[in-house]
Design a protein around this ligand. Structure first.
Ligand code: HEC
Length: 270
């Protein structure tokens, strides 16, 4: 692609330096135009240089970041790579225009795939946002999303898949989100056997929001205790002995005995 092709391709993106008052183009020969603009790689911009009709020449401090050319009284620039460039247009010895161009890299989000269990959160990091950022989930029944500083926080709501779209003023990035069931299947009811540390871990992940990742802290460290001790403590909460009406008494409703056993087994050997 030649530079001219690039300019043509991105003509639609032309930043409205055209919005500079129309009088600028017909300004008196003593005017010096000064502008600072921010572009993304690939963007083009152009401006009319006030001149007395003599030949215009330009200097470009950083041709690797920005390509610049004058044709007639029009200065055209194309952003090539992140960086800054100062472009000065002269007519003879008189400076007619000074343009400072900052080329930004487009916004990125990493990672662009997230796996999260129901009722847990996962994060992706935003870099180089250009203007305000908005994040939306295509299916809020599966996962919801909010922004926390430079992070996109995705929270699993129900097993399934959805796409989270992160948008700044120029770039849109899609994040593929997979939400896994908390209990590895039917979840709750029935009292079927639940065994193995994998199901225990998935069930216990409901505890991590308050007790830290893998039960490592939060309100109370719950990992590393013996299975029997944990079962005793959980039964104590369930019986209303430890803290009647408290968070744990409420939280533990809805797990079967087999599920609590699996959670305790997992937490004893996380
Ligand atoms: C919504 C927050 C929350 C969730 C979710 C939660 N807990 Fe708790 N947990 C607490 C709080 C608060 C305490 C301490 C206060 C109390 O005694 O009620 C506690 C105390 C405990 C204790 C007693 C710890 C000690 O050293 O005395 C155990 C064991 C425990 N939780 C296990 C679990 C397990 C297992 C899960 C998941 C099935 C879980 N918790 C989920 C908030 C939570």
């Amino acid at each position: 692609m030649t530079k001219l092709d690039r300019l043509a391709t991105f003509a639609t993106l032309l930043f409205s330096l055209a919005a500079i008052p129309a009088t600028v183009g017909h300004a008196t020969a003593s005017t010096t135009l000064s502008r600072s603009i921010v572009l993304l790689s690939g963007d083009g911009a152009s401006m009319t240089i006030p001149s007395a009709g003599g030949p215009l020449g330009l200097t470009n401090s950083n041709p690797a970041a920005v390509s610049a050319a004058v044709s007639g009284t029009t200065l055209s620039v194309t952003a090539l790579a992140p960086g800054k460039a100062a472009i000065v247009v002269k007519e003879g010895r008189k400076t007619r225009a000074k343009l400072k161009v900052t080329v930004k890299a487009p916004m990125t989000v990493a990672p662009t795939t997230l796996a999260v269990p129901v009722a847990e959160s996962a994060q992706a990091r935003i870099s180089n946002a250009f203007g305000p950022v908005v994040a939306t989930s295509a299916d809020t029944a599966v996962a919801t999303v909010y922004l926390d500083g430079e992070s996109v926080v995705v929270r699993g709501r129900a097993a399934g898949a959805t796409t989270v779209t992160v948008r700044d003023s120029r770039t849109t990035v899609s994040v593929a989100v997979t939400v896994s069931a908390p209990g590895g299947g039917s979840g709750g009811g029935g009292g079927g056997t639940v065994s193995g540390t994998t199901e225990g871990r998935l069930l216990a992940s409901n505890c991590f929001q308050c007790h830290g990742t893998y039960g490592s802290g939060g309100f109370d460290r719950i990992s590393g205790k013996s299975e029997t001790e944990l079962i005793e403590e959980l039964n104590e909460f369930l019986a209303g002995g430890e803290d009647p009406g408290g968070i744990m008494a409420a939280h533990l409703q809805g797990y079967t005995a087999a599920q609590l056993q699996a959670i305790a087994r997992y937490l004893s050997h996380p």
